[in-house]
Design a protein around this ligand. Structure first.
Ligand SMILES: Cc1ncc(COP(=O)(O)O)c(C=O)c1O
Length: 366
């Protein structure tokens, strides 16, 4: 926590707005819209809820196909199944580790050939806080008139050509899960320059209550709004977001200075003209080139009670999505085999970081 969160939470208690609406919710939406320089935002209970509502708002229904980056967390893809739509998974390129625009266009045109219809939406992700090739992805989606849902769950505070990630798609989504750069313990947001979308999201997230004196419903709704107490935490967190991005980038620089030139190690790259938030510092270890491998490092750190984790297992390899069509090129499979998320918490001291670096350097024999 940054310090101010409790004041906003206290305000919710003092005014007795312990509810999924209130001043903090409205203010958090406005402050986030200002920060992102986008017209509107709807605060929700989770990033997953934001993706689910984005699909509904874009008319995705049972049997439709939705393209999703395969190299991601399951929260990106599960909402496709909530709609009984079919996920089509597309692999990543090596320059940002995010969805490959060439493969994306290939997938779109191939689906049209195979089904007679274009996919109903595309979900692109800025994984680990690093920008995807978003200009190209936007142009492809416009060319085929397919709505783009930009999953910026891990990328709050990052930008491409000076424009904040999450503001490129028809709808952007954010996550404030406990592990994210800004947290409300759990929470999310749907953001858009189209105010009809955020209005519709608010309506659907409050059980789709129609405008009437009594409780009238003409559509199925959801209980997806953010609590006024948690929005208070979010407001306080927003005040320290820029500091957190800078600290995350310092942590990356420290690892990169130590291992950036070591044979067999590749760091997640940063696209030209982009500034990632380096939510997690992630590396690949080529066991043929290196004195060690991913698992050896992970297990050695574990001995010191230091947690590191493999990269996301691609969705097309997940048992739950077995049989879904995919357009893959082995990039995400290699990343899953060789990739490691290094400890990246902004609370770590430089001394703790040095300790981690020393342990890894020992295995690398440098
Ligand atoms: C890439 C990605 N998409 C979606 C989500 C879902 O967000 P939430 O956990 O807030 O539902 C997460 C994180 O949890 C994520 O990392």
């Amino acid at each position: 926590m940054g310090g101010k969160e409790e004041e906003y939470v206290k305000e919710a208690f003092d005014t007795n707005w312990i509810a999924p609406l209130g001043h903090n919710v409205n203010a958090f939406e406005l402050e986030m819209s200002d920060y992102l320089n986008i017209k509107s935002a709807t605060a929700l209970s989770a990033g997953t809820a934001a993706i689910h509502l984005s699909l509904i708002i874009n008319g995705v229904k049972a049997g439709d196909e939705v393209i999703c980056q395969t190299f991601t967390f399951s929260g990106s893809a599960n909402p496709i199944a909530y709609q009984q739509a079919k996920p089509i998974f597309v692999d990543s390129e090596k320059e940002s580790w995010n969805i490959d625009p060439v493969l994306l266009e290939e997938a779109i045109t191939d689906r049209k050939k195979k089904t007679g219809k274009y996919p109903s939406a595309v979900i692109a992700v800025h994984l680990y806080g690093q920008s995807a090739k978003i200009d190209e992805i936007v142009s492809i989606c416009r060319k085929y008139k397919i709505p783009l849902i930009e999953d910026a769950a891990e990328a709050l505070g990052a930008s491409f050509k000076g424009k904040k990630l999450g503001t490129f798609g028809d709808i952007g989504i954010l996550s404030f899960n406990g592990n994210k750069i800004l947290t409300t313990s759990g929470g999310g947001m749907l953001v858009s320059d189209n105010t009809e979308f955020t209005k519709k999201a608010k309506y659907l997230a409050t059980q789709a209550r129609d405008d009437a004196r009594h409780y009238e419903h003409s559509q199925i709704g959801y209980n997806y709004r953010m609590s006024n107490v948690l929005a208070g935490i979010g407001r306080g967190q927003l005040l320290v977001l820029e500091n957190r991005v800078e600290r995350k980038r310092q942590i990356f620089d420290k690892y990169f200075n130590a291992f950036g030139r070591v044979r067999g190690i590749t760091f997640q790259p940063e696209l030209k003209d982009s500034k990632g938030n380096r939510w997690l510092t992630t590396i690949l270890l080529d066991p043929k080139e290196s004195a060690t491998d991913r698992e050896k490092i992970r297990l050695e750190l574990n001995k010191y009670n230091i947690e590191s984790r493999p990269l996301w297992k691609p969705m097309h390899l997940q048992p739950v999505f077995k049989g879904c069509d995919n357009y893959v090129n082995k990039t995400s499979e290699k990343m899953f085999d060789q990739g490691l998320c290094l400890p990246s918490d902004t609370k770590m001291t430089d001394a703790q970081l040095d300790e981690i670096i020393e342990i890894i350097a020992g295995l690398l024999k440098i």
